[in-house]
Design a protein around this ligand. Structure first.
Ligand SMILES: NC(=O)c1ccc[n+]([C@@H]2O[C@H](COP(=O)([O-])OP(=O)(O)OC[C@H]3O[C@@H](n4cnc5c(N)ncnc54)[C@H](OP(=O)(O)O)[C@@H]3O)[C@@H](O)[C@H]2O)c1
Length: 317
């Protein structure tokens, strides 16, 4: 089968399309991949900078959607089922395998490209907003990087799970349109966002960006507000003067979904079950920003480095 190999740690341009044997572990669900989600960790893996460092060469790809070809007895899956799955590795290929408890039956009307953009980002945001952030009915949520993968997921998830008002923060007007179409009630530009939203005005900040805007995010929180730390796409890891937390009765909350969820069998299934009614209703509709052929994996990975990507980047084998 065709697959992408990371065979050296020379960055995304060095990935190559290779012909490799199909995966054949009997205890796993075998999936004919129709779409694979591309994420920041895979870009890091091309340089050996991600915590998971498989021996070279290896097939990257943590998340896919496709059709079941083979499934272990008792797994609940049969050939022909449409599924989304967390493969962790091996997803950038024509066939991939996933553990049964990390494989999820798809509603019929969810396209494969959207399905391959769902689990990683939406389960992270579920963990952030509901499990770590304690989102309550009617609260105001401010989302940084609101046209990105996590950002668009956070807008839709906040609305679906009861937020009263969702404000998206973006760097350009064009990205503002993406955030609005994902469901943001208001959009403000990153430059000067605190003046636009006002001090002590939001209950929850979703922050996949970090960097210089962190202190203004704390200033934007009302009493009992929570800032959810998800990532650092701006590059800089912010520091907190903890007197701010004490003076305003606010909290900075770490969100590390991957290692937490993977070490607790059944955890992602519970998150999927909670989100499924909203996926069925169309309230959750992953934003697919660009789709690339497997041969263009280098371009797909490189695109994550610029600040141009919107929604999720997807590979189609
Ligand atoms: N903690 C967890 O469990 C977890 C799980 C999943 C992902 N993550 C992390 O969350 C982060 C966001 O992931 P994502 O998929 O949403 O990424 P993304 O789609 O690339 O979006 C990130 C946003 O960051 C903003 N940004 C600000 N400064 C930037 C810069 N210098 N370069 C690039 N982007 C910049 C951009 O928005 P503007 O241009 O509008 O500012 C961009 O839309 C990543 O670091 C990822 O590793 C963490």
């Amino acid at each position: 089968m065709r697959a992408i190999h990371i065979s050296s740690l020379d960055g995304p341009e060095a990935v190559e399309v290779v012909d490799v044997p199909e995966p054949s572990e009997d205890s796993l669900v075998t999936i004919a991949v129709k779409a694979a989600g591309v994420a920041f960790p895979e870009l890091l893996q091309t340089r050996g900078l991600y915590q998971m460092k498989p021996d070279l060469p290896f097939v990257p790809g943590a998340e896919v959607a496709g059709v079941v070809e083979r499934a272990p007895e008792g797994s609940g899956f049969s050939p022909g089922d449409r599924v989304a799955a967390l493969t962790l590795l091996g997803g950038f290929a024509e066939k991939a395998q996933a553990q049964p408890d990390l494989t999820f039956a798809l509603p019929d009307d969810v396209p494969f490209e959207e399905a391959a953009s769902f689990t990683f980002n939406y389960a992270t945001v579920y963990f952030a907003l509901l499990e770590r952030g304690g989102l309550a009915e009617g609260e105001t949520v401010l989302v940084h990087g609101a046209a990105g993968g996590i950002g668009t997921a956070a807008i839709q998830m906040a609305k679906a799970f009861g937020a009263g008002r969702v404000i998206g923060v973006v760097s350009t007007e064009a990205k503002g349109e993406i955030a609005r179409s994902a469901g943001a009630d208001e959009v403000v530009l990153a430059e000067g966002f605190l003046d636009a939203v006002g001090k002590s005005s939001v209950d929850v900040v979703v922050d996949p960006v970090g960097g210089g805007r962190f202190t203004d995010s704390l200033r934007a929180l009302k009493e009992h507000g929570r800032l959810l730390v998800i990532g650092f796409t701006a590059g800089e890891i912010p520091t907190v003067k903890v007197n701010r937390l004490l003076l305003n009765n606010i909290a900075v909350v770490g969100v590390g979904w991957g290692a937490f969820a993977m070490s607790r069998p059944g955890h992602v299934q519970k998150e999927w079950e909670a989100m499924l009614p909203h996926l069925r209703s169309g309230a959750l509709r992953p934003v697919v920003g660009s789709t690339h052929q497997l041969e263009d994996a280098a371009t797909a990975l490189t695109s994550l480095e610029g600040r141009t990507v919107t929604g999720k980047v997807v590979l189609v084998p």
